[in-house]
Design a binder for this molecule. Sequence first.
Ligand SMILES: Nc1nc2c(ncn2[C@@H]2O[C@H](COP(=O)(O)OP(=O)(O)OP(=O)(O)O)[C@@H](O)[C@H]2O)c(=O)[nH]1
Length: 419
Amino acid sequence: MKKILIVEDSSTVTKILRHLVNQQPDIEAYFAGSLAESEEVYQAHKDEIFVAIVDLNLPDAPNGESVDHFLAKKIPVIVLTANYKEETRSALLDKGIVDYVIKESRYSYNYVFKLVRRLDKNQHIKVLIAEDSRPTRAFIRLLLQKHLYQVLEANNGLEALDVLKDNPDVKLLITDYHMPEMDGFALVKAIRQNVDKSDLIIIGLSGEGESSLSAKFIKNGANDFLQKPFFHEEFHCRIMHNIESLELIEQIQDAANRDYLTNLHNRRYFFSKGGAQYQLAVKNGSPIAVAIFDVDKFKKINDTYGHKIGDDVLRFLAEEIQHNLLHFLVARMGGEQFCAIFPNLKNEQAVTLMDRLRSVISNTSIPIDHEDQDLDITISVGVTNYVHDSLEQQINYASELLFRAKDAGRNIVIGDDDD
Ligand SMILES: Nc1nc2c(ncn2[C@@H]2O[C@H](COP(=O)(O)OP(=O)(O)OP(=O)(O)O)[C@@H](O)[C@H]2O)c(=O)[nH]1
């Protein structure tokens, strides 16, 4: 839960904000009506508060003193004010506030919550700056840190490649053109040989009077460019716009890889990701186990309680699976059948893991909406470590063991050594 501090003296605005915060499932707020009160609240909750939203005119701080107060504590500050003055706005942005929002409508308050969420996400986003000029690097670092990004630096293209190798999770690279050892174009070209635009955003920097560089950056594979000198807001808008596009692509990719009912991974993703895990295990001669399992007599559940309850049972099962097999790839293969892959586990280890899941499920009753009773289900499982030519073949063999589990009376795990 993200906790924010809202410093606001108007009771009407506070009332609106309280109402709106209550509608945000992931945001909680502490309120204060004056600078003195905000300091008290801050001292009491300083480990939880990560953003301050402040009014410029408070009874004991009539000239925006609250901004300096919280900036000095190195907390991101969003100014929420009724007055729009261009000079005040620029001066505050220069001081390092995150944004200056005018209290105009519900839209502006919602924009503040969107910013809070953005700042929260930014804490997990790594940005690399490749730039040989120390002052420019320091300036960009400062701008990024105000928005809570994790910042890495490189002095030239070669260094940037090294940093990327050590940090494959970097999401954004901001690169200058003129750098010793390896310039910005060569860097972009080298990266784009194996990293897509949808996996790493690259923003090229071009100097004044070098507008042709901007187009060349894009042609070489950059996502966007910025012309120096840039203003804070322009910088942040470009970065935010690119990161949001990347997140959207990630969301779409993730949705395409998941099953709509249970939100587990789907069959296609299982064969793609699991197939790679399988090939690696075969190449290294390391063990790899595969388990296939399904709900016993599931047709009867549908026939007795209806398809909707059947769906609820599958969702319940998916949660238990996720919880119990947290670190492994699991997918809903179709209907009431699921598959899991366990790199580096020997058969008895995978059997033990699956037996724990089987036991949890057979010992948990599922409450049914609008019915007085709970529902009990069991699963049967086949687990094999016999390595075949392909993942598909190993799954087929696990399915044979699953049939044996059904024949043996269900609610049982059959591994390679069980005859
Ligand atoms: N509610 C619901 N049912 C589904 C879904 N997909 C498949 N089913 C049902 O799952 C049932 C599977 O039945 P069977 O293959 O006969 O297997 P079973 O009844 O579980 O019997 P055993 O596996 O032999 O223990 C069928 O009735 C399908 O209609 C789904 O998405 N939701």
